[in-house]
Ligand binder design. Structure first.
Ligand code: TYC
Length: 101
């Protein structure tokens, strides 16, 4: 580098976009018992009794409730696992995912 060359004052730092997070959404239905929903939320999403009751009752009253946000893969895996627990017990319990804005 010659004397007249000027170094950039700051390092070039290419912007790396963070991967978009995906919401897991609990969908209400008329058949799955409340207590079963709470048990699934505790087991698969690591929530305590209070948190899972709140998420369950929000879906019950409003139709849907956001459970948590994760990377796409983890959100989809957990939504599938939670939905499958309902299926195995004979309930139409449904968890879906959607990307965050
Ligand atoms: N609506 C159900 C009932 O009254 C309880 C329920 C809540 C089911 C939330 C699903 O995502 C749900 N037994």
């Amino acid at each position: 580098m010659s004397d007249t060359d000027t170094k950039p004052r700051t390092k070039v730092r290419p912007k790396t976009e963070r991967p978009r997070l995906h919401k897991v959404i609990l969908v209400n239905d008329d058949y799955t018992p409340r207590e079963f929903v709470v048990t699934v939320l505790k087991g698969i999403f690591g929530m305590n009794e209070d948190q899972s009751y709140r998420v369950m009752i929000t879906a019950h009253r409003r139709g849907t409730s956001v459970v948590a946000v994760y990377t796409k893969d983890i959100a989809e895996t957990k939504a599938t696992e939670a939905t499958d627990e309902g299926r195995r017990a004979g309930f139409p319990l449904l968890f879906t995912t959607e990307p965050e804005e």
